[in-house]
Design a protein around this ligand. Structure first.
Ligand code: NDP
Length: 243
């Protein structure tokens, strides 16, 4: 896919991987629609990118709220006339044992990581069928192999992958492509904002060499350009096999 002039909606664009993707795509000539809850950050990004003559739009959106997601999709179509790519990047973590996992926290994880993805996918499928567009899901290497204290989070990413696998075949006849990107551990705000079970060391094991958000975002954009179906950052997976 040539991403120039393409209308790309990125969820979770206010920080980390999503923010870096928005910047990279805008620089490549995409029209980028940025979704997240933190309005101040989104507006600052919009102002900065517009000042650099990029075509972008910030739409404060909570992906768990279907009405807000529908509004963002409608607004995108109103302003840019189409949607070519949807990037499901918004996500949250949880660090704790399965034994003590509060059901409320698990529900919140599923609501954000799974229902949030589903809301944006279901809302934008009619537009993507028109453009033979692409859905990109930012998953995790942990979806392939969970680590201790990360099972709840990993299971939401496995759910994302399973939904994407079926969806890919369902949408094939409409020319809509689905890309699953299983990200490695990345240096973002994610780890600081992830809720931790009391008394657990948030840095177990030896592997803490994190990729930069910019590098990971660049790899996702590259996978999009190359029409990849699934990318699993296998170097990290090899390391996970030590555990
Ligand atoms: P960040 O915490 O930096 O970014 C998460 C983004 O998601 C923020 O922009 C946040 O914006 C947004 N978000 C969270 N909840 C909602 C919501 N309800 N509605 C809309 N937006 C929401 O972390 P990363 O950049 O690291 O995470 C991006 C994705 O990458 C996530 O899906 C994560 O699971 C995945 N990932 C991250 C890894 C890592 O090591 N960092 C490893 C593997 C995968 P706001 O708060 O403004 O709404």
């Amino acid at each position: 896919m040539d991403v120039r002039e393409k209308v790309v909606v990125v969820s979770g664009a206010s920080s980390g991987i999503g923010q870096a993707m928005a910047v990279i795509l805008a620089a490549k000539g995409s029209k980028v629609v940025m979704l997240a809850r933190r309005t101040d950050r989104l507006m600052a990004m919009e102002a900065e990118l517009k000042a650099a003559h990029h075509e972008v739009l910030a739409v404060p959106t909570d992906v768990t709220n279907r009405d807000q997601v529908n509004r963002a999709v409608d607004l995108t179509r109103e302003i840019f006339g189409r949607i070519d790519v949807v990037v499901n990047n918004a996500g949250i973590g949880y660090f704790g044992t399965v034994e003590k996992l509060p059901i409320e926290d698990f529900r919140h994880l599923i609501q954000t990581n799974v229902y949030g993805m589903l809301n944006l996918i279901q809302s934008s499928i009619p537009s993507l069928k028109e453009t033979h567009g692409t859905i990109v899901n930012v998953s995790s290497v942990l979806s392939k192999r969970a680590l201790p204290f990360l099972s709840a989070y990993a299971s939401t990413k496995s759910m994302m992958n399973a939904l994407a696998d079926g969806l890919r075949l369902e949408l094939r006849t409409y020319g809509v492509h689905v890309l699953t990107y299983c990200a490695p551990e990345t240096e973002t705000e994610f780890h600081a904002t992830t809720k931790h079970e009391a008394g657990l060391d948030p840095t177990p094991g030896g592997y803490r060499r994190k990729a930069s958000a910019r590098d990971v975002a660049a790899r996702i954009v590259q996978a999009l350009v190359e029409d990849k179906r699934e990318v699993v950052e296998s170097k990290t997976l090899e390391i996970l096999n030590w555990f």
